[in-house]
Design a protein around this ligand. Sequence first.
Ligand code: BGC
Length: 755
Amino acid sequence: MARRTLHRAASRITLAILALPLAVPLAAQGDPSSGEGGEPAQEWTRSDEWRAAAAKASETAERMEGAERVTLTRGYRAIPFPGPIPEEAIPGAGYIPGIPRLGIPPLHETDGPLGVTYIAGLRGDFATPFPSSVAQGASFDPALIERMGRIIGSEARAKGFDILLAGGANLTRDPRNGRTFEYFSEDPLLTGKLAGASVRGIQSNRIISTVKHFALNGQETGRRFIDVRIGRDAARESDLLAFEIALEEGEPGAIMCAYNKVNGENACASEWLLTEILRDAWGYPGFVMSDWGAVPSLKAAIAGLDQQSAASLDKEVYFEDQLLARANADPRWDAQLDAMNERILTAVYRLGLDKDPAEPGGAIDYEANAEASKDVATAGMVLLRNEGGILPLVEAPKRILVVGGYADAGVLSGAGSSQAHGEGGAAIIRPYGDIGPYSRVLTQQYHRSSPLKALRERYPEARIDFRDGRYVSDAAALAALADVVIVFATQWMSEGFDLPDLSLPDGQDALIAAVAKANPRTIVVLETGGPVAMPWLADSAAVLQAWYPGIRGGEAIAEVIAGDAYPGGRLPLSFPRSAGDLPRPEIPGALELGLDFTGSEPSPGYELVADYEVEDAEIGYRWLARTQAEALFPFGFGLGYTRFAFDDFTLDRDRASVRVSNIGQRPGAAVPQLYLLSRNGQPMRRLVGFAKAELPAGEARQLDLAIDQRLLADNRDGVWTMPEGEYEIGLGTDAETIVARKTIRLEAKRWRNGG
Ligand code: BGC
């Protein structure tokens, strides 16, 4: 009886949060810092759909008895190594048994953000791998990323998965982070918009998507114990803002907390992150699952964690018998357990998993989906250099030399939990080393999409030779005989370890330098997870950043080189001139722990701190602007095959407008960007809005750019605060190139939520 009474109290709390009024200026509600006024939650959390789901969840949770109460809180591993998985689980990432008596379906979880993952082919199927998230970020195109999400979600559903562990919304604070390829960008607005769009697309399939890894999961070295130190206001203005926007845009059913500590507390046991920010400030109605093996203790439940994913990976299974025993003994824990079940069920009901659960064996049009993957690849390719307009190679050269990058076999992909594969698995696998059961997945894998083959198909009359690049002298000698040389350079990244610097590994810089010296018509295609230094840049004719371009990456590269498609991307992260220009010239812990897989594992007794207070919210281009360091290629930069003119720039407090004209000879994509340049004379650099327009040659369009008010403000103890005064806003083609500027006088404003 006692449990039921308490339980009702917990339900009332959930519904009360969902019923809070719309965000209104603080002036109208009293200042919460003085103890008055409420905390308005994000608007979407009060929609009829979420409220109905929460009400139903509350009823079901009330009917749970005994062990049923810890059925949804305890997750099982569904990765078939190390060791077997539950019989009913679909090989994937995780599994949560259902409760048939209450009509609660089992939950099957799979990674990931780039396509349903392959887990070494053990499921006996394949999926459509999309380009890396950073390539998606380069598209600057939420509509395209939503379309991609719809496809990935449809494949997940057709394979029987109800939860997709997609939506990486961390900022690329350090480009050497081994997961840079899994994140969209270094900017909170761009990341939030794109992560949210991908979730929206995925969930349109009536399955749950996550955003992850909440929060500040900035490097892989020591990721299981590193303590990230950052000011709370600065976190709200940067990494947390990306999540805040992603939640608004995508309304994900779940959020995954991160491995690392934040200000001394494990992210998965951080009351500040999981309760104060996520629930109290944002009113988030869905549930928090842990990352795999990220739960430090039972106390995480009280901090706000709802589900211990793959619980056997933690030191103990906390969220089953231990949790139940505690709930039976302590009314506070009892109420918390009810709230945990309610939040998980709210997501289940909101997405309709009880009525229409995913079933394996659904139809998938892999051909159509691969074409969509190619569209994302070309939309995210960034042309960094194009001397004398060498690209596109419209006229077929007589003799082409293709060098390196396994271009004869395929295109590179990033490794770790996001590794997806097309039919037949990888074309090439380069082993990483003996790391036990993970040796089979943490390898350099190339998708079956050969740029060489695609180029030969595109230029049937040309003589196209290939050299793998092992011998520099041979490649350079042959380069001298070719009309055009195309060098493929790769930089492999993986979850589990970081990169020591920004160079291309395996002597590729020397190879490119020698080839470019031998033939000035050398085009460099980069298949990298993030930025690289380019010591050979001045000798090259063109540089095309192709990232990890997915299952049709080879074809996409050939189409862009030939001009059948144009490179539509802009850099979603700065390319610094050297690692010395980053806030931390070295990866914290790199020397002590080693930049290999074991370096991410727990290291008892060793304490590791990453001091993000150095840059606080000033990440990437903001940091470079503050330190007055010029980038090798700035955030937002990209050339394309045409030129644009920008006129009629007008500015209001929450929007700007500009007329964009394609004044070149070929179609292309314009990406006008709005930057806050100064506030009352104090210089700053923040992306406050952006738009993308595809325009045929000769066409013009008036574009509207919304300005997210949070980017004009500072966060002070959870309150967005805009001082009265002069706001100078620039229209940029990248973070360093401002083509028009306007100053607007704005009133002081303070508010809690919403942009
Ligand atoms: C990763 C998550 C992933 C999970 C399940 C973890 O190692 O950090 O991103 O979703 O594994 O595979």
